[in-house]
Design a protein around this ligand. Structure first.
Ligand SMILES: C[S@@+](CC[C@H](N)C(=O)[O-])C[C@H]1O[C@@H](n2cnc3c(N)ncnc32)[C@H](O)[C@@H]1O
Length: 239
């Protein structure tokens, strides 16, 4: 990238720079049920990156605090949260199509109306589709930990990313992360403690107990039984 200030400048010069992404696109098998859910529910619940900047009041037909979740996996806990907090509107972003299908199916089954979904890279959605100061909360639960040191640069929590995310949160809005990988929890804490404009909501300036709003997953319950840890971090945008 050396002779260019950023990707846009390189693109304008006709140079394609391979971005470091936080995911590797897995083309896992889409089940017939997931495909059917996408066919049935994408028209009402799907949002397109190509549509550009969203006006959430129009998207949901009302004015309510908006919660955005990055990498919702199969979407079970996202749907449960949307159901438990009907006074808020939820946007889920996931690159894995089977997860999108599973989430739409689950939301439809539960009759959840306050949820919309993007199938796209969350970094690009934040940049292109989310207005500044528009989010009440951003959730990042169990992001890919990228265990190997040489892959740590792929971790989504990085100084530049959290500043982009900060501009999308309203003042007073919260960035909520959870991970079961201790080394990643330490990395998150380090990046967030050094990030301008955020205040740690932890009394001990590190981690917070799992807030009741984040459902305990089966995977996590099993982890607890096996003595594995889970670390929650909550940082408020203060400036
Ligand atoms: C380890 S899984 C955790 C899924 C879910 N949050 C959970 O707790 O079960 C991480 C998920 O993040 C998704 N992901 C990673 N980077 C992403 C990005 N930049 N945009 C959207 N989704 C992403 C992956 O496809 C994967 O499904």
């Amino acid at each position: 990238m050396s002779q260019f200030k950023n990707e846009q400048e390189a693109a304008a010069a006709g140079v394609y720079i391979r971005k470091i992404q936080s995911f590797v696109k897995r083309e896992g098998r889409l089940t017939a049920g997931q495909a059917k859910s996408i066919e049935l529910h994408w028209p009402t619940m799907g949002l397109e990156h190509a549509s550009g900047l969203q006006n959430f009041t129009d998207t949901f037909g009302r004015q309510a605090p908006v919660v955005l979740e990055i990498g919702f996996g199969m979407g079970k806990s996202l749907v449960e949260m949307a159901q438990n907090e009907p006074d808020k509107d939820f946007i889920g972003i996931e690159v894995h199509k089977p997860g999108v299908g599973a989430c739409l199916g689950e939301a439809a089954e539960k009759g959840v109306k306050n949820l919309r979904v993007f199938e796209h890279d969350a970094v690009e959605i934040l940049a292109d589709c989310v207005a500044d100061n528009s989010l009440a909360r951003v959730q990042l639960f169990f992001p890919d930990p990228w265990h190997k040191t040489r892959h740590h640069k792929r971790r989504i929590v990085q100084p530049e990313f959290v500043q982009k995310l900060r501009s999308k949160l309203a003042i007073g809005g919260v960035f909520h992360m959870a991970t079961d990988w201790e080394n990643y929890s330490e990395h998150m804490l380090e990046v967030m403690t050094e990030a301008e404009g955020f205040k740690n909501q932890s009394e001990s300036n590190d981690f917070v107990p799992r807030p009741a709003q984040r459902p305990l997953t089966k995977f996590e319950q099993r982890g607890h039984r096996l003595g594995h840890g889970v670390w929650d971090l909550m940082f408020e945008r203060v400036s």
